[in-house]
Design a protein around this ligand. Structure first.
Ligand SMILES: Nc1nc2c(ncn2[C@@H]2O[C@H](COP(=O)(O)OP(=O)(O)OP(=O)(O)O)[C@@H](O)[C@H]2O)c(=O)[nH]1
Ligand SMILES: [Mg+2]
Length: 427
C-alpha cells in the first residue's frame, strides 16, 4: 500500500480501474511493477475499501512487497478466511455461500467444483430462504390460535396448516438428500481396507488406485505401515487406506507397530472393506477377526465384505455368518473387478451419478436439516393429536432457528471460528 501512495502522491487510483504502476519500497527503490485496483466500499469482496496489488509471480518478489506493506503499518496480514469472514459479517454473502467458497478452493473433482459454484450462486441458500418464507406463513396461523383463542382460524379449521406442514417436511427431506450428495462430493469417504495378512488388501488398493501404490508379495505381513491413496469415482472422492494384516502371533516389532496403526485407522473409517481370503478352507479365523473389528468399533462403522481370490476357487460358499452384510466377489488381480467394486461403493454411499441441481453442503447443514425435520414432525403430531398449539408453535420456532443456523443468522461465534479457520490465508 505504501509504494502505491508514494508513487501517486497519496492519491488512490480511480475506483475499479486497473492501473499499471511501479511498486516502490520505503527507500524509493522500485521492487516490482504491476497493477493496482482500488475497490471502494461497498463494491468489493468484503464490502469494505480494498486495495489490490497484482505483481509478478515468485515468492521472493511477493515477500519483498508484503514486507514493505507490513512495515508501513497501514495493513497487517489477514487471518485464514478473514476476507470471506468479513464478507459474511458485512452481509455480502450468507454462511452457506462463504462455505461454498472454501469448498470451491478445496474441490478435488470437477463435479465437486460445480456443486460449490452452485452453492456460491445461492442454489442452497435460496432453497432454505423459500422454505423459511413458507414456514413463517404457517407459523402465523398457529401463533394466531394462541393470541386469539376464541376466534376460529380458517386455515387451521380446514386442515390447510397441517397440509402445509406435511409439504414442508417433504421439501426438507428432498433438500437434505441433495445436501447429502453435496457433502459426499466435498468430503468423500474414508475407506479402510482391513483383513488377515495375505488376504489381498494391498492388491485391492493397487487395483483401485490404478498403480503399484503398495508392495504385494505372497509373504504374510508384507504391509507394515499405513498406505493412503485418494481416488474419485465419478466425482466422489475416496480416501483409501491400506493397512497391515491383522494377526496376534507376530514377534516382528515393526509389524506390531503397523498393526497398532491399522487399528487406529479402522476406528476412524467411514466404511471398512474387510478383505476375505476365499481360498482358505477354514473360515473360522477370518470370521473371528471380523467380529473382533465389529466389537472394537462398537458396531458403528459400515462394512463391506470383499470376497477375494475368486479366480482360485470354484463353488465358493460364503460363510452364513455374513449373509446380511453388504458384499461383493472379486479377484483383485483381475482388472474387470474394478467396475464391480466402484459400483458397490457408489451404491453403499448412496451416490447419485447425476449432478443435476446438486450443491455443496457440510455435515452441519445435514444436522440442522434433520433437526428442522424432527421439530416439524413433532409440531404436526401436537396439532393432530391434541390441538396443542402453544407447544406446536414452540416446535415451529425451533424449526426456523435450525434453518437460520444454516444461513448463519444467529450463529454462535465458536461455530463461525471453526468454519473460517478451515480457509487458506488470503481468502
Ligand atoms: N490369484 C490371486 N492372487 C491374489 C489375489 N489377490 C491377491 N493375490 C495374491 O496374494 C498375495 C498377497 O497379496 P497382498 O495384496 O500382498 O495381500 P495383503 O492382504 O496386502 O497382505 P499383507 O500386506 O501381508 O497383510 C500376493 O501374492 C498376491 O499376488 C487374487 O484375487 N487372485
Ligand atoms: Mg499388504
Amino acid at each position: 500500500m505504501r509504494f502505491y501512495r508514494q508513487s501517486y502522491s497519496k492519491k488512490l487510483p480511480k475506483n475499479r480501474y486497473a492501473e499499471y504502476l511501479p511498486f516502490k519500497g520505503s527507500n524509493d527503490k522500485i521492487i516490482d511493477e504491476g497493477i493496482a485496483i482500488y475497490f471502494q466500499k461497498p463494491h468489493s469482496y468484503t464490502g469494505e475499501d480494498v486495495l489490490e496489488f497484482q505483481c509478478h509471480g515468485g515468492s521472493v518478489v511477493l515477500d519483498l512487497l508484503l514486507n514493505e506493506i507490513l512495515k508501513s503499518g497501514l495493513a497487517r496480514q489477514a487471518q485464514a478466511g478473514e476476507f470471506t469472514e468479513r464478507a459474511f459479517l458485512n452481509g455480502k454473502i450468507d454462511l452457506t455461500q462463504a462455505e461454498a467458497i472454501a469448498d470451491l478452493i478445496n474441490a478435488t473433482s470437477e463435479k465437486a467444483a460445480i456443486s460449490a459454484i452452485n452453492s456460491l450462486q445461492g442454489a442452497f441458500s435460496n432453497k432454505i430462504k423459500e422454505l423459511n418464507e413458507k414456514l413463517i406463513k404457517l407459523r402465523t396461523y398457529v401463533e394466531a390460535t394462541i393470541d386469539f383463542p376464541d376466534e376460529s382460524i380458517d386455515f387451521i379449521d380446514d386442515g390447510q396448516v397441517l397440509i402445509g406442514l406435511n409439504e414442508l417436511t417433504k421439501e426438507l427431506e428432498a433438500i437434505r438428500k441433495t445436501a447429502n450428495q453435496g457433502v459426499l462430493l466435498q468430503e468423500g469417504l474414508r475407506i479402510v481396507i482391513a483383513g488377515q495378512p495375505n488376504a489381498g488388501k494391498s492388491s485391492l488398493l493397487n487395483l483401485l488406485s490404478g498403480k503399484e501404490s503398495a508392495i504385494v508379495t505372497d509373504i504374510a505381513g508384507t504391509t507394515r505401515d499405513v498406505l493412503k491413496e485418494q481416488i474419485n469415482i465419478d466425482g466422489m472422492p475416496l480416501h483409501i487406506i491400506d493397512t497391515a494384516g491383522l494377526r496376534n502371533h507376530t514377534n516382528d516389532i515393526v509389524e506390531k507397530i503397523g498393526i497398532d496403526r491399522a487399528w487406529k485407522e479402522i476406528e476412524t473409517a467411514n466404511r471398512i472393506l474387510f478383505v476375505f481370503d476365499s481360498t482358505q478352507k477354514d473360515y473360522e479365523e477370518q470370521i473371528n477377526l471380523f467380529n473382533l473389528i465389529k466389537d472394537k468399533t462398537n458396531n458403528k462403522i459400515a462394512f463391506s465384505i470383499i470376497y477375494n481370490k475368486l479366480d482360485l476357487v470354484t463353488d465358493f460358499v460364503p460363510p452364513k455368518e455374513f449373509t446380511d452384510i453388504a458384499s461383493i466377489k472379486i479377484s483383485a488381480k483381475d482388472a474387470n473387478s474394478l467396475d464391480v467394486i466402484k459400483e458397490h461403493l457408489k451404491q453403499c454411499a448412496g451416490y447419485d451419478n447425476s449432478t443435476e441441481g446438486v450443491f455443496s453442503a457440510r455435515r452441519r447443514h445435514i444436522v440442522s436439516l434433520q433437526k428442522a425435520e424432527d421439530h416439524i414432525q413433532t409440531a404436526i403430531e401436537l396439532i393432530q393429536n391434541q390441538s396443542m398449539f402453544e407447544l406446536s408453535a414452540e416446535e415451529l420456532r425451533s424449526t426456523q432457528q435450525c434453518l437460520n443456523e444454516i444461513l448463519g443468522e444467529y450463529t454462535a461465534d465458536d461455530l463461525l471460528g471453526n468454519i473460517f479457520n478451515t480457509f487458506c490465508v488470503g481468502k
